[in-house]
Design a protein around this ligand. Structure first.
Ligand SMILES: [Zn+2]
Length: 514
């Protein structure tokens, strides 16, 4: 088989990293885009971990997993039989569902986390896979912390779960400890040592703690792995997971070397990456491979002369291969509803009725302030509209006095459940003053941990997108806001974080998973 299965875990491993949590609406929006990207498997969540994660996984299975040619919808589960029941309950709505069950096999995890013997863990793994197979054909098993597990013991577990009916065996480098040459040898040895491994799909799940996640995933493919688990923009626990876009584009650009294919529609990569940034409020670094602002040669001044003469001097990939828009003028003040709907459809957003009305109002509002409305502006508007839950606090009015020689002050009016509240604040700068005014209204004191401002497009009248991470008395939530006025964008970002705080995701179980 010369095809690599792309297993996306943005909504599970990626989402559980601090600051990246997504609500059900946001997960759904992301899942729809992952389906357009044409990944093979979407790991939608860890249903036992919380009521909200269960609901989000179930809705992804129901609303995305039932589409024509939908990806397999997968849920993560520990080996407890009750956990597996709950996982199945969430994913069973999909046309093709998968249960992914895991248990640690390293002595350090056995001793300190599970407090179980090797024999007990082996038995639990086999029972879990059998139980899951009672529900569905497609069962995946991961020995967590594989890279630090005793090799012979881990192989015994793998061969037992294959006998029990697991169809995919996933080898995770849970702590990002592996080095490519060593990892390649381990992957090759697993296939020699585990009876039945030729009957199943061998998968890897690599973390990036030492910056080796993509390298480890690619070397595993060379040595027989046919599924890689990865995330958009490489998000995930700690330093993140292997990045989907880097793996896909490496396989594509260096097909001469790998001789492998994926089903991914690479022209959807850029949009998927930006959608995730909009949803989480966290932008990718400019020098990020494939999707960063500076990733293509034509943007880096030093090479421009060479690029103008012949693109291939410095470009090994073309921006259009990942669907990167050229930011050409698309719409303006006089564009109508139909033009907007048509352009949005080209961008992959099929809006109608009330959704289109809201997007059109936001577009008109923007076009009044900004002469030229670019694709990226539209994406910013629509993802904001589509993924915001019913906000508890809404911005009604904002007035700021700032300048040299005055103390910045702000007056803010917020709407909450039909009522209007107003207060004012002063600060070191206009943003600080606005946040002080909001805190005065809500009575909640937020401490800004992170603040990032980015222009969505070029030009002096560009939309400013603000992403914030706010610490409210020990609970860290992220938020995002967009406006041509950066002070307003900051206020919106802060309010969106606040709205997440007052409608919390409420995790009950905290287990990291593979
Ligand atoms: Zn992981």
């Amino acid at each position: 088989m010369n095809r690599v299965i792309i297993f996306d875990t943005t909504l599970r491993d990626g989402e559980q990293a601090p600051g990246f949590s997504m609500n059900t609406m946001e997960k759904l929006e992301m899942a729809r885009q992952l389906a357009r990207l044409n990944v093979d498997v979407i790991e939608a969540g860890f249903p036992i971990s919380s009521e909200e994660d269960f609901e989000a996984t179930r809705e992804v299975a129901r609303q995305v997993g039932t589409l024509e040619n939908a990806p397999i919808i997968c849920g993560l589960s520990r080996v407890g039989l009750g956990d597996i029941d709950r996982c199945w309950e969430a994913v069973r709505h999909a046309r093709r569902a998968r249960i992914h069950t895991f248990v640690a096999t390293s002595d350090i995890h056995l001793k300190y986390k599970l407090r179980k013997s090797r024999a007990e863990v082996m038995k639990a793994a086999v029972e879990a896979v059998r139980h899951a197979r009672g529900y569905c054909e497609d069962v995946e098993f991961s020995p967590e912390d594989a890279s630090r597990s005793d090799f012979d013991y881990m192989c015994d577990v793998l061969s037992a779960v294959i006998d029990a009916g697991a169809g995919t065996i996933n080898i995770p480098d849970t702590v990002g400890y592996a080095i490519p040459a060593e990892w390649a040898e381990r992957i090759a040895r697993i296939q020699e040592k585990v009876p039945g491994s030729d009957r199943v799909v061998l998968s890897v799940h690599c973390h990036n703690d030492l910056g080796q996640a993509v390298a480890n995933s690619l070397t595993a493919i060379v040595h027989g792995a046919r599924q890689v688990e990865c995330t958009i923009n490489g998000i995930g626990e700690r330093a993140g997971n292997a990045s989907l876009e880097e793996i896909v584009m490496a396989l594509r650009t260096r097909k001469d070397f790998f001789g492998m294919e994926t089903r991914v529609r690479s022209e959807e990569i850029f949009k998927t990456s930006r959608l995730l940034s909009h949803i989480t409020g966290i932008h990718v670094q400019p020098n990020k491979a494939v999707v960063g602002e500076n990733a293509f040669a034509h943007e880096a001044g030093i090479h421009q002369d060479g690029v103008l003469k012949e693109k291939l001097t410095y470009e090994i990939m073309r921006p259009e291969d990942i669907g990167r828009p050229s930011n050409k003028l698309v719409l303006g003040k006089h564009s109508g509803r139909h033009a907007l709907a048509a352009r949005l459809k080209d961008l992959g957003f099929d809006l109608a009725g009330g959704d289109l009305d809201r997007a059109f109002r936001a577009f008109k509002d923007l076009a009044d302030r900004k002469k030229e409305v670019y694709d990226e502006d539209l994406i910013a508007i629509v993802t904001d509209e589509a993924t915001q839950t019913e906000a508890v606090y809404q911005l009604d009015y904002l007035h700021v006095i700032s300048g040299t020689g005055v103390i910045p002050s702000a007056t803010v009016r917020l709407r909450k459940e039909g009522q209007v509240f107003q207060d004012s604040g002063v600060g070191d700068g206009p943003v600080d003053a606005v946040l002080a005014a909001i805190d005065a209204i809500t009575g909640l004191k937020g401490r800004l941990q992170d603040y990032a401002l980015r222009a969505a497009t070029g030009g002096k009248d560009a939309i400013g997108e603000v992403g914030v991470k706010v610490d409210f008395d020990g609970t860290v939530v992220s938020g995002r806001g967009a406006s041509t006025d950066v002070i307003e964008a900051s206020a919106r970002a802060y309010l969106s974080a606040l709205n997440r705080l007052v409608q919390p995701a409420g995790r009950r179980v905290r287990d990291v998973g593979p």
